[in-house]
Design a protein around this ligand. Structure first.
Ligand code: CMC
Length: 426
């Protein structure tokens, strides 16, 4: 219940609006009754709009805090693995040892995809972007899981989440294998989640693939660090799509579409492309100047965040992992020199300091993924794979809440006033 209120005066009339406090974070003003007073709010880009009530993730962008179900992200990234984090996100509590074992076994039992899924790939161009394939194939899962699906049943929603967490690595690796003309590799249940993904990505029938434990650990950490991030564009897309009661696999495909853009999940790919374009340390100043030039649309990819106006806590862990991986693989990557120098310049340059543009998670994840041997166009696919648990947890939360409404924003109409239509003959 609201114990505070805001008073809004419109044309001399006062409107009382309740203010709610959450467990953490800023209070929110409930403006739902404003429509009855003949007004809507106007907030393109949702700069100050809370779209839902949620118990899953909390971000304090000013302090650089990210909590999943109350647990700080750095603790989860270093003390839990991805599947533990998935369990936590979806169920609300971390698993006991017994629950964890059972969950791992359930996930392993769902890793294979229907044979029919293989056929979809034949229709794609060999040079199709893996995100295009991922988007289509995840959407196509709805054709296998629709007729008997009752999304009002919590157990069926849970099964759907398990299927998605289990199958996304298989489908993601299939996208890669198809694009390079190699045969699909079946999931191997003797391997853990990240090892299995690496094996499906890199093993070939002609040769054994040896999994480097440091690489598998880094992969798992990348999955964990991307698992959820509150009401970002793709999560809000999944919620909005799901609010109409749509098929969950189709909703996740909608989330994948939203994630693809360079301002969101596509930033890690864009960041690596940018580092490659810069190429050498002596060219950094030129690119920093471009980023600062108001007349140049160029932005430093991997810098800045809508919510974090401080160091992205995921970036801190990712930075350490990045160094660990490069050291363990013995990689001396000139791109890392460019990245480290760029980071230093941006942290000192008044333009970036004043605008609070810190390196974000994608700045470092791209370098790690490159070191692991993952091609640039697969970066966002890996982000999507990791974020699927976040999306489906939010979808599930929304459907579990009583009185859930279809998402339907309003607008400020600035088009033509009413006018008479003239038939074409006239
Ligand atoms: N390089 C140069 N200038 C920047 C950058 C950048 N990366 N990001 C923001 N600015 C400037 C921007 O020009 C604007 O300047 P002014 O106030 O003079 O007009 C000011 O900073 C505020 O920018 P904004 O676009 O209003 O901020 P936003 O909150 O709408 O955008 C963002 C956030 C992430 C889209 C933006 O910082 C950006 O485009 N960054 C590069 C892309 C990127 O790395 N995205 C990954 C985000 S992390 C992964 C995820 O969670 O999806």
């Amino acid at each position: 219940m609201a114990d505070k209120k805001a008073i809004l005066t419109i044309d001399g009339n006062q409107v009382e609006l309740p203010i709610y406090s959450g467990t953490l974070g800023q209070d929110v003003i409930d403006i739902r009754t404003l429509g009855q007073h003949g007004h809507f709010t106007f907030d393109p880009g949702f700069l100050a709009t809370g779209s839902c009530e949620s118990e899953i993730t909390f971000i304090d962008g000013g302090k650089g805090v990210l909590l999943h179900r109350g647990y700080p992200i750095d603790q989860l990234a270093t003390q839990a693995d991805y599947l533990e984090t998935c369990y936590l996100l979806f169920n609300g509590e971390a698993p006991s040892e017994e629950e964890y074992k059972e969950f791992v076994s359930i996930i392993k039992n769902h890793t294979m995809v229907h044979e029919g899924i293989h056929q979809f790939f034949n229709g794609f161009d060999r040079d199709a972007h893996p995100m295009a394939m991922l988007n289509s194939v995840v959407g196509a899962l709805s054709s296998f899981y629709h007729n008997d699906l009752d999304i009002t049943d919590p157990e069926q929603r849970h099964r759907c989440a398990n299927r998605l967490v289990a199958k996304l690595p298989t489908i993601a690796a299939m996208c890669y294998k198809y694009s390079i003309g190699q045969p699909f590799v079946c999931p191997k249940n003797s391997l853990n989640y990240s090892e299995n993904f690496l094996n499906m990505m890199f093993s070939v029938p002609a040769e054994d693939y040896e999994i480097n434990p440091a690489v598998a650990k880094a992969m798992d950490r990348i999955f964990t660090l991307h698992a959820d991030h509150e009401q970002n564009a793709s999560t809000s897309t999944v919620r909005l799509a799901g609010s109409s009661g749509a098929n969950p696999y189709a909703c996740i495909a909608a989330g994948i579409a939203s994630l693809w853009g360079p301002a969101h999940g596509g930033a890690n790919e864009a960041c690596l492309n940018m580092l490659e374009e810069i190429g050498t340390v002596d060219r950094i100043d030129e690119y920093v100047a471009k980023a600062k030039d108001k007349n140049d649309p160029f932005r430093l990819m991997g810098f800045g965040h809508r919510v974090y106006k401080n160091f992205d806590p995921r970036a801190t862990v990712m930075r350490e992992t990045c160094h660990e991986v490069l050291e363990s693989l013995g990689i001396k990557d000139p791109l890392l020199d460019v990245a480290m120098r760029l980071e230093q310049i941006a942290l000192e340059d008044p333009y970036f300091v004043e605008k609070k543009l810190y390196p974000n998670v994608d700045f470092y994840s791209g370098i790690i993924l490159k070191a692991i041997g993952i091609p640039t166009n697969m970066f966002t696919v890996i982000f999507a794979l990791s974020r699927t648990i976040g999306w489906i947890s939010h979808w599930n939360e929304m459907l579990s809440q009583p009185g859930a409404k279809i998402g339907r924003p309003r607008q400020l109409y600035t088009g033509q006033d009413k006018r008479e239509f003239q038939p074409i003959k006239k």
